[in-house]
Design a protein. Structure first.
Length: 352
């Protein structure tokens, strides 16, 4: 095999689409270790664990990584080392710094500039921007290695991916069915893959209709937010709190994401309210909010249940709560419960 055909010794795979990052990383590992036992040829480290401010244990983690990088594979002709959370590796500010972070940066820099003969390195990161990484490290990888970025932004729609993934799982999806899934589940590929897998188990071989999708994805957090705001629009506190509790119990650390979905839904309601006040026709509103008909009509009904002043006051309150929910995670459930109670008590119907 010529040097031109050899796989890159250094790879960086990053982005907020965790599923694609993981699948690409696994594919690169398989390519480099073709026909070899992973048990003897693959080692994995995490920069977050290595850089924890815990004294000797952090030092030992870095030492383990350095030893691994200097040790030839014992029972194989090559070894792959995977290093996660690569964005945390930064150059030390002080000169002659002998901290774990400084030693790790220096070691990684040397590896990138001159990779050991029998070792391959794959760095991964959930970071979304080039600026999140050390400039010299990123630049060196760009010059002599391989970089792949998998980032989904709030307004991106993985339509083709959903259709193709569905086909692989034996789920032929129509264009409308694929769009419906994205509207309900969101654009996170891990979430979408999980829901497609669930549908393939329940409905393998059956025609996939919009009604079947609605029936089987009702528990997803995006759909739950629709149901939550539906209950709030009718001032039904108990159902709204039950759905909130279910979502927080299912994913206790995802309160920020759940809050973002609630904000997004109320922003949509505010826009609809504004359009209604400008005498837009229902069909025009449904066309502009880009939702499938069954969800669009539901949201339209929710908007009509709030007065214009009430809608503005609720949205202003959500803006005030934003930072508190993000930075006081232990208080997030109480803050949301209190907000729901005030909405259902009609406290936002009048000017504060």
């Amino acid at each position: 095999m010529t040097n031109q055909n050899l796989p890159h010794k250094i790879c960086l795979i990053y982005g907020n689409q965790q599923l694609l990052v993981e699948e690409t990383t696994n594919s690169l590992i398989d390519q480099r270790l073709e026909g070899r036992e992973h048990e003897w040829s693959l080692e994995r480290f995490n920069a977050q664990e290595m850089l924890k401010p815990s004294g000797d244990s952090a030092k030992n983690c870095v030492d383990d990584f350095l030893i691994s990088c200097e040790t030839l594979p014992m029972l194989s002709d090559r070894k792959v080392i995977q290093l996660d959370n690569f964005e945390l590796i930064k150059k030390a500010v002080k000169k002659n710094d002998n901290s774990a972070a400084a030693r790790l940066f220096e070691a990684v820099q040397n590896i990138i500039n001159k990779p050991p003969e029998s070792l391959w390195f794959i760095f991964t990161s959930p970071a979304m921007r080039e600026q999140d990484f050390s400039k010299p490290l990123f630049r060196s990888i760009k010059q002599g290695g391989r970089i792949q970025k998998f980032v989904a932004y709030d307004n991106s729609s993985p339509f083709n991916w959903v259709v193709q993934r569905g086909e692989k799982k034996g789920l032929p999806l129509s264009a409308d069915a694929a769009r419906l899934m994205i509207n309900i589940v969101g654009n996170d590929l891990t979430d979408l893959d999980h829901e497609l897998e669930k549908l393939s188990l329940y409905l393998s071989g059956a025609p996939i209709t919009e009604e079947l999708i609605k029936e089987h994805i009702r528990g997803h957090k995006h759909f739950s937010v629709f149901r939550m705001t539906e209950a709030l629009s009718r001032k039904e506190l108990l159902p709204a709190l039950e759905i909130l509790d279910q979502q927080l119990q299912a994913a206790p650390r995802e309160h920020v994401r759940l809050f973002a979905l609630i904000i997004m839904q109320f922003r949509r309601l505010l826009i609809i309210h504004s359009m209604l006040s400008q005498f837009y026709k229902e069909a025009e509103i449904l066309a502009k909010i880009s939702l499938p008909p069954f969800l669009g009509k539901q949201v339209l009904g929710q908007a009509r249940n709030f007065s214009s002043l009430e809608m503005q006051n609720i949205y202003a309150e959500l803006a005030k709560l934003d930072l508190r929910v993000k930075f006081k995670s232990s208080l997030a459930p109480l803050l949301l419960q209190d907000l729901f109670q005030r909405i259902c008590n009609g406290q936002f119907k009048t000017t504060a």
